[in-house]
Every structure is written in C-alpha cells, then in structure tokens.
Design a protein around this ligand. Structure first.
Ligand SMILES: CC(C)(COP(=O)(O)OP(=O)(O)OC[C@H]1O[C@@H](n2cnc3c(N)ncnc32)[C@H](O)[C@@H]1OP(=O)(O)O)[C@@H](O)C(=O)NCCC(=O)NCCSC(=O)C[C@H](O)C(=O)O
Ligand SMILES: [Mg+2]
Length: 353
C-alpha cells in the first residue's frame, strides 16, 4: 500500500497526474452496447446526444469467439464518432480472462484520449485495482495521454462485497462502483435467476389473526439488494467516489425497472446501467431530482440563512442537518441542469410556482 504522501504520485514516468477529486459529469445512465454488433454499433451516433455515458461492453454478453471483433469495433467506433459531452466508457474482460490484458493494451494506446473510464468486472480486492492502476499508468505514458483514464469497479462477488471499502479507496483513479446483481447472486449462491429487481418469494408476512380465523395475511415484498447497495453507497461516500445501481434485466418491465432505479437513487446512487434504449429515458427521469423537490430545497436553503438554527416551513422542522440534505439535492440539480437545458427549464418553472 502506498503511503499517504505518495498516493497522488503518477505510477509511471510520463503518466499524467492522478485526479484529486472525481470530476462530476452527468452519468445518470451508463448505456451498454456491444461494439461488435453491427445493429447496435449503428445506433451509437444517434444515442450519443441522449445518453450521459456510452459504454462499449467487451465482457459478459459478448460471445467468446466475438471478443476480438468487439474490441476492434470499439476502436473503430471511438475513432469515427464525435461524442460531444457524452462520456465514453468501456467494460473490459475480467482480470482472470485471456482478454483483459489485450483489452487494456489496445484501448488505451489506440483510443485512450477518448476513453473516460474503464469499468473492471468482478473486482475482489484492492490488489485488483493496483494491478490495473499501474498498467494504465504505463500505457498512458506510452500513449502520451495528458489526462488519466479513471477506473470503475463492479461489485459482483461475495469477496468484493467483503472488501468494498478497500476497493473504494485503492487508488485516486477510482471513479465509482456499480452493483452487479447477476454475478453477485451466483457468487453468493442466492437462489434467484433474475438480473436485479425484487423477487416475490423474498417477503415478510403479517402475523396470524389472534382470533384464529382464516383471514388472509398480508405479505410485503422486501428488497433483495438493499444491504449491498447501502454498503456500496457508504463505501463510495467515505472515499469520495460515485455509486451506481447496475443492470435491470427484465427489459419489458419498465415499471419495475423504474422502481429499482428509484430505490437506488433515493439510497444515494447517481445512476444505473441501461441495457436497451428504452431504459435510457427511465434513468434520465429517475436520477434527475424532481423539479418540486428542487424548489422545496431552495426554499429551505433561503429560509435557513447561515444554515444554523431551526425554523418551521409548511409545518416541517428544518435545521442544520436538513439544510445539508437540501444542498445535496440543489447541487445535483444545478450540475445536471448545466448540461441539460430541458431540465434547467423545468427547474426554473417549478421555482415560479
Ligand atoms: C437485451 C437485448 C439482447 C435485446 O436486444 P433485441 O432483442 O435486439 O431488442 P429489440 O428488438 O427491442 O431492439 C430494438 C433495436 O434496438 C437495438 N438495440 C437493442 N439493445 C441495444 C443497445 N443496448 N444499444 C443500442 N441498440 C440496441 C437492436 O439492435 C434493435 O435494432 P434494430 O433492429 O435496428 O431496430 C439487447 O438489448 C442487448 O444485448 N443489450 C445489452 C446487454 C448487455 O450489455 N448485457 C451485459 C450487461 S448486464 C451484465 O453484464 C450483468 C452484470 O454484470 C451482473 O453481474 O449483474
Ligand atoms: Mg457481471
């Protein structure tokens, strides 16, 4: 482990200085596409203005005999596309696969200047991040890059969850972390075959009626992912990096997808993955604070003056802590509105109501 003094020193001669803070750029949805799939690749230019992040996926969902084609496709697409304000990420193959090394060698040297973040799957501990960190520094130096490529870890093994804090703090390159519910379920031997979302079997049931009659007992479905998302959010907040919910596999169930995304948003996540174009707008809606909530937060901040003491607004107590909650909402809204004119208009209109 590097000492505190060395933490921000480049790991290779000629590599760019690491960032001291994760730059905030909208990333409400990380939209996955297979760069070797011609139909999906053809959609990239039209998706770029709609998505906050486009991610060329090289790992799971890309067949083993299509890995090289996907990697070459991503190089081609990155060179040919003007992404504007939209970020370009990639998910490389897992570090124990035969492809991960060539993924990094090719992508950083060929398109490193266009690549914002490398998502690393199945991260187990800080050592996995240290390996990628040093290799990226060497490749950045070789490619003459002037800004570092950041790293995003997927939390999708039981060991990874056990080591979540050390992963979050492993490198100044760490941009954030996503929950990978499918691999995590398999790793934990959970008995669900779904990709994220709830399960009707995971519930609590109302007590039996003391009268002993046969009245039906209400059941309440519980959230399988609450514990892990909350742990991930805490680790990310503690180390100043960004937490994300991962995939929701039931593409047609847009309602449940929205629910899953909203639970993640309310718990502190800044975005989620979209696997199909239909999920882009869901994520954009959910991960942008509601205009009414932003107007309320502004009202509280205005009423609280220097931010200390306690006041009543519309029957609700406000104090030093609630004003901080309101700043979280307003700061996110302002950062998103700066890049999203429609959202800026909606926030301005709510202010006038
Ligand atoms: C899920 C899909 C296989 C569905 O594809 P398809 O059956 O083709 O859907 P549609 O017919 O509705 O598609 C309509 C058109 O849109 C294009 N399309 C579909 N998806 C995308 C996309 N993601 N990006 C761009 N374009 C897309 C189709 O080609 C159709 O085009 P056209 O015929 O010209 O109109 C498919 O959506 C898909 O493969 N999605 C990505 C899946 C993926 O990336 N999976 C990996 C991430 S999840 C994961 O890895 C688990 C995680 O790690 C964990 O452990 O939890
Ligand atoms: Mg996975």
């Amino acid at each position: 482990m590097r000492s505190a003094k060395d933490f921000f020193r480049p790991l290779a001669v000629g590599a760019p200085d690491p960032v001291r803070e994760v730059p905030f750029r909208p990333s409400r949805m990380i939209h996955f596409f297979d760069p070797g799939n011609e139909k999906m690749a053809a959609k990239v230019p039209s998706l770029a203005p709609k998505a906050d992040v486009l991610l060329g996926n090289l790992e799971d969902a890309v067949q083993a005999d299509r890995k090289e084609a996907a990697r070459a496709g991503l190089v081609r697409i990155a060179k040919a596309t003007d992404f504007g304000e939209t970020q370009l990420w990639t998910r490389i193959n897992s570090l124990d696969s035969p492809w991960a090394l060539d993924d990094l060698l090719t992508l950083v040297t060929e398109i490193g200047h266009k690549l914002d973040v490398v998502m690393v799957p199945k991260v187990e501990d800080a050592a996995d991040i240290h390996y990628v960190d040093r290799l990226l520094a060497q490749l950045e130096a070789k490619a003459g890059l002037t800004r570092p490529v950041l790293v995003h870890a997927i939390l999708e093994t039981a060991t990874g969850v056990a080591n979540v804090e050390e992963i979050a703090g492993a490198s100044p390159r760490m941009q954030g972390m996503s929950l990978g519910p499918a691999d995590l379920a398999a790793s934990r031997r959970m008995k669900t075959t779904r990709v994220g979302g709830g399960h009707p079997g995971y519930l609590v049931r109302q007590d039996p009626n003391p009268e002993g009659d046969e009245l039906p007992r209400a059941t309440y479905q519980q959230d399988l992912w609450h514990y892990t998302i909350a742990r991930m959010v805490d680790a990310c907040a503690a180390y100043g990096i960004l937490p994300y919910y991962g995939p929701f596999g039931d593409i047609r169930d847009t309602t449940a997808c929205e629910d899953q995304f909203r639970n993640a948003f309310l718990l502190g996540c800044v975005g989620a993955w979209s696997l199909h174009p239909v999920q882009i707008d869901i994520a954009k809606r959910v991960f942008s604070p509601e205009p009414a909530d932003v107007a309320w937060a502004r009202k509280v901040i205005d009423a609280m003056g220097d931010g200390t003491g306690a006041v009543m607004i519309d029957g609700k107590m406000q104090d030093d802590a609630t004003v901080k909650q309101c700043h979280v909402v307003v700061e996110l809204a302002e950062a998103l509105a700066a890049r999203d004119p429609e959202l800026a208009k909606a926030y301005a209109a709510a202010e006038k109501e």
